[in-house]
Design a protein around this ligand. Sequence first.
Ligand SMILES: Nc1nc2c(ncn2[C@@H]2O[C@H](COP(=O)(O)OP(=O)(O)OP(=O)(O)O)[C@@H](O)[C@H]2O)c(=O)[nH]1
Ligand SMILES: [Mg+2]
Length: 223
Amino acid sequence: MASDVPSLPPPKNTFTIKIGLIGDAQVGKTSLMVKYVENVFDEEYTQTLGVNCLSKKITLGSADILFYIMDLGGQREFINMLPLASEGAKAIVFLFDLTRPETLKSIQEWHRQATGFNERAVPLLVGTKYDLFVNLDPDLQAQISKQSMRYAQAMDAPLIFCSTSHSINVQKIFKIIIAKLYNLTMRASEIKQIGDPLLIYKHLGGTRRSASASSSSPPGTST
Ligand SMILES: Nc1nc2c(ncn2[C@@H]2O[C@H](COP(=O)(O)OP(=O)(O)OP(=O)(O)O)[C@@H](O)[C@H]2O)c(=O)[nH]1
Ligand SMILES: [Mg+2]
């Protein structure tokens, strides 16, 4: 009798992934977040005072993933808010400016402090402003690339060079996060050639933390 009544689609499972964005002032944290969530890039700099937060929902197979992105202002005065961005995060993205090597050096300290609040989060190391980096002297490019590879190894973190202004590797950052959290295979090829926008993720960032997410894996999905 009720056979003509269309049945409602089954409710989707929603998986919430909190992500912290951390790194020195002006490396491009807010720009990356706004680009990913709203697909907008602003050349003008507006300093983040404290913590910014945006969310974005994507569908993956039969599940919804809700990214909850916390962006911490990089000025040292906001360091007391580091727990807001790192506690409970499933992934922490450490960003540095590819044209300012001192911002890579700072990652050591950001990583040490953030790990103190959350040692289970998957770390990612992201070099920003690749569009400007390509104009640097090739020797300097090589030096910065090799140094960032060493940092990525030491942190056991996938390494991604991106340009928010030119939309290079922005989406990939978030795909890698999902792949690492849910042990999914990613199709994107790695990029390891010095001078190219590096994308090195296959053997990094997957070891000690997968157990925290495996209990809530979206079924039958791939990125
Ligand atoms: N050329 C270029 N400029 C960028 C890129 N990403 C960000 N910028 C610029 O870099 C400046 C700083 O970017 P923000 O995103 O505000 O930096 P932030 O890390 O959030 O800085 P704080 O809020 O102070 O921590 C802005 O003028 C951006 O337009 C990029 O990929 N390429
Ligand atoms: Mg900011």
